[in-house]
Each structure stands twice: as C-alpha cells, then as structure tokens.
Design a protein around this ligand. Structure first.
Ligand code: DGL
Length: 274
C-alpha cells in the first residue's frame, strides 16, 4: 500500500524543508505538492490561504498520505489550526496535519545569547503574530522583532533569487529588521522560500549574527514525532523514490526544483478538483 508523508508548500520553498527531512528520514515514501499556480500565499487573505491549503491537504489525503506537513509558514500560520480543529475529524479522521511554526519556536530561543531574535517572513505570517505568540510561550524572556518581506517569495518563484535585482530588496529588509534593535544576534528565516536567498541575506548581516533556516529543525522534530506516534508511523509506506507534484507546469517546475533538491526532479501535474 502506498502511504507517503505529504510535504506541502505554496511553491518551491517547501523543498528546502523536504531536503532536510529526506536526508534525515530517507526510508519513508514522500509526496511533495507545490501550489505554484497560486503562489505566493504570503500576500493573500486569511480565508484564501485557508481555502487553498485545505484543498491541497484534501488532495494529498486522496493520494494516500496519512500525514501531511505544511512546509510553509504562511499556511501553518493561517490554516493549520482551523484544519486541525474544524476539518480533520470530518474529512479524514485518523489522519494528521502538522505545521512548522511550533517546532521552530520550541528551539529558536536556544540559539540566542542576547535574548533578541529577528524574524523574517511573509506579510501573512507576520500579521498572524504566530511567532511572537509561540516564542513568548516557549521562551518568555526572549524578545522578537519582525520584518515582512513581501517581494522575496515572488523573486524566488520567478527564478530571480540569484539576480543582482534581488540584492536591493534583500538589503532593504535586512536593514529594516536590524534597525528594530541593536541586540538582535539571531535571525530566523521564517519562510521556507528564504533559504534560497541565504547567501544574499548573510552578506547583509554582521558576522556575529546567526542565521537560522528551518529545514534541520523541522526534520528533527518530525523524527521525534514519528518516534512518539507509532499509530501514525506504522501506517507509512517505505522504499519508493519521492514523487513531486505541482499545480502549475511540470516543465517549469523541474529545473528549479532539481537545483533546490540537489537531485533530478521529474514532477507531475496536480489537478486538485475532486
Ligand atoms: N514558503 C512559504 C512560507 O514559508 C511562502 C509563502 C508564499 O508567500 O507563498 O511562508
């Protein structure tokens, strides 16, 4: 029986998380879905992100995934709780959907010595205040300063993340973030697209500031979750290569996806209609 772990993102960004998960837990089958046709999510309303995410999750359930990871902060911030609390019982009792904000918030405070953390994310994630709330819960002494970077995801989705034009927007937002507080010693890339801009972001940060990507954090958290939830773990199938789907054109997806994965990707088109 085919029962892969589903990895979902609005587009390419989730591949930065999937890559770490696959390195850490290569034994499982995986199904990746990028909703490239409707990306970016970060500038869309709460209701739209929720509806798009639910549609994608339902599609992944129909494909056989017992567990779906929202490898997208915007979807985790705007859709996860409603799906978990309102929809799951009705559409797929026994299946699970996990996000990536809580596992990140659980560890981010440990990276900071000054107790001042900067968060770079989409407008949707920043407006949701999810990181402020979750980090305050885990690390009450840590202060969080945020900066929304609305143009970064479109740059990545358009394949412009290595262009000279991207430098301008990266510099602008990193400067704005650092201007909030001189004590920021840890910067979290709280959007899964942003690791693709990592070199440019690093170049704008003082050397002593740590830059944290979520991939390894989410991979460790998933390994821990599966160790604690044998009722889910034993449903998962193993031994097949990962399968990639995009809601847009597979031809357009495969080139960038192969670069981001560091291995050839041949995707299929996902038609979300039931
Ligand atoms: N990768 C998504 C995230 O982590 C970006 C969302 C988007 O704007 O499409 O938030």
């Amino acid at each position: 029986m085919y029962a892969p772990i589903g990895i979902f993102d609005s587009g390419y960004g989730g591949l930065t998380v999937f890559r770490s998960i696959y390195e850490r837990l290569p034994q499982y089958d995986y199904l990746y879905l990028g909703d490239n046709a409707r990306a970016p999510y970060g500038t869309r309303s709460f209701q739209t992100v929720y509806e798009y995410t639910l549609q994608c999750v339902e599609w992944m359930f129909r494909k056989g995934c017992p567990l779906v990871i929202l490898a997208c902060n915007t979807a985790s911030a705007r859709a996860l709780r409603t799906i978990q609390q309102q929809d799951l019982e009705r559409i797929a009792p026994g299946k699970r959907v996990l996000g990536i904000i809580r596992p990140t918030a659980e560890v981010i405070g440990k990276y900071s010595e000054s107790g001042v953390v900067g968060v770079l994310a989409t407008k949707g994630t920043i407006q949701s205040q999810s990181y402020n709330v979750e980090i305050a819960h885990q690390f009450p002494d840590v202060s969080v300063y945020s900066e929304a970077c609305p143009l970064w995801v479109p740059l990545v989705e358009a394949g412009e993340h290595e262009s000279a034009g991207a430098d301008y927007f990266v510099r602008q937002h990193v400067r704005n973030l650092l201007a909030h507080h001189s004590g920021i010693d840890t910067v979290l890339l709280a959007c899964t697209h942003y690791p693709l801009l990592e070199a440019k972001i690093k170049a704008q940060l003082p050397e002593q500031v740590r830059l944290i990507s979520q991939g390894p954090i989410v991979a460790a958290s998933l390994a821990d979750y599966l160790a604690r939830h044998s009722e889910i773990e034993r449903q998962l199938s193993q031994g097949r290569p990962p399968v990639f789907y995009t809601t847009d054109s597979p031809e357009a997806f495969d080139g960038p996806a192969s670069r981001f994965m560091g291995a050839p990707v041949q995707s299929l088109h996902a038609d979300l209609t039931p």
